[in-house]
Design a protein around this ligand. Structure first.
Ligand code: PXP
Length: 238
């Protein structure tokens, strides 16, 4: 059964609109877990534009399911991760000027440094996932780095508008998920998934987990976190 990780970054984005205390992403995480989410995801960005260090430390205390920390593969972030010890770290590329994570991590061109970061995280019993574009060279590189999981970037699929591109991107995700499993990697997927486009992704049985943020928080603003998470769980669990 596919698992749902709820990314609560954008609860913090709304808080930062006023630089105050509300809404609290930690409360968002509690509500998401109570609604049945299998895990909580947050991205501690270098610029701290939404999630702050304090949020992360509090999330570590209150999350009872599974905490997945998205972060850049830098020494500073590794120091924080090895202090907090989330269940999983997902390494993502990061550019300050981007609105959200744009492409996947170029594991192939940075094999040595990613392997070293993976080893450090493993020494603290943290499961390591690499957020990559659905390309075979990146999957091979992820396997070489001894990552546990790859998270396939679904952004091109989610943003595609014509049926031909949607089908092509879906096929790419399917074949790369199969390839990753053959290389003994666990497979998750995310970015840009919503209540509609998630349905075809559910047909890819190699994918163990979906990480969804913006669509769930956007719905939560209108109908509440509980309902927003339950509606997504209903689709995923069919
Ligand atoms: N997975 C990763 C690695 C991400 O960086 C993000 C965005 O923070 C997501 C999943 C969730 O994307 P979205 O907010 O579009 O659902």
């Amino acid at each position: 059964m596919m698992r749902l990780g709820v990314n609560i970054d954008h609860v913090a984005t709304v808080r930062e609109a006023r630089k105050g205390k509300l809404p609290d992403p930690v409360a968002g995480a509690i509500a998401a877990e109570m609604a049945g989410a299998d895990g909580i995801v947050c991205h501690l960005r270098e610029d701290r534009r939404h999630i702050k260090d304090k949020d992360l430390f509090l999330l570590k205390e209150i999350v009872k399911t599974h905490l997945n920390l998205e972060m850049a593969a830098t020494d500073g972030m590794v120091a924080i991760a090895t202090e907090v010890i989330p269940d999983m770290v997902t390494l993502v590329p990061e550019k300050r000027e981007e609105v959200t994570t744009e492409g996947g991590l170029d594991v192939e061109s940075n094999e040595n440094s990613i392997e070293e970061v993976t080893r450090k995280l493993h020494s603290h019993n943290i499961v390591v996932s690499l957020f990559i574009d659905p390309e075979i060279r990146q999957i091979k590189a992820a396997a070489k780095c001894e990552a546990d999981y790859v998270e396939l970037h679904t952004g091109l699929y989610a943003n595609a508008e014509d049926l031909g591109t949607i089908t092509d991107e879906l096929e790419k995700l399917r074949s790369m998920a199969i390839g990753a499993v053959k290389m003994d990697l666990g497979v998750s997927a995310g970015h840009g998934l919503d209540y509609h486009n998630v349905r075809d992704i559910l047909e890819i049985e190699q994918i163990e987990e979906l990480n969804i943020g913006h669509a769930i928080v956007a719905k939560a603003v209108m109908v509440g976190m509980d309902r927003a998470v339950r509606d997504m769980m209903d689709i995923i669990r069919r």
